[in-house]
Design a protein around this ligand. Sequence first.
Ligand code: FES
Length: 188
Amino acid sequence: MSPLLLFSPDAAPFFSRTIKGMLYYSAAIRRLCDHGGTFVKEQLNEIFERCDGAPSDLIPILQDIQDVLGYLPREAMTETARFLNMAETSVYGVATFYTQFQLSRPGRHRIKVCHGTACHVRGASEITKAVAAKLGIGPGETTDDFEFTVEAVACFGSCALAPVMVVNDKVYGNVTPERVVEILEDLN
Ligand code: FES
């Protein structure tokens, strides 16, 4: 908008929209900041500030929210739908379509046990059992204290190291049930 137009009557709708938008986003930020008490306000502000509200912003927004929160809480998807003026089911559909998005709160430590063919043949089931015996949870579950999440995943591309377990992005190869216990105890 030209600076001269700021003083014309035509500018009223512009300011109205802007103020409404600011109120809306600050409310959204407040709600998301309440999430788990851990939300970083500055980062969410950056997410909103970067967006034009175009439908093509959807995936970048979801990625940014997940980067900050570690997953996509339902409320975050609701706010995203409102922001982009699209159906909540559309946002949910995208979030569930791409495996990069996590819809439930993960534990602080993410334990991924590979169950690809090579790892399966070389004892992946025993590794998963050892993890379950140590943590009390199986694949797809998170401990009640949100310290650990266990996942069974497909090939990591490190088949020569099978069986493979990945903990917080660190790859452990040729793991044994005994080694699993050591690795998990070292995390505490
Ligand atoms: S099958 Fe496990 S790394 Fe390939």
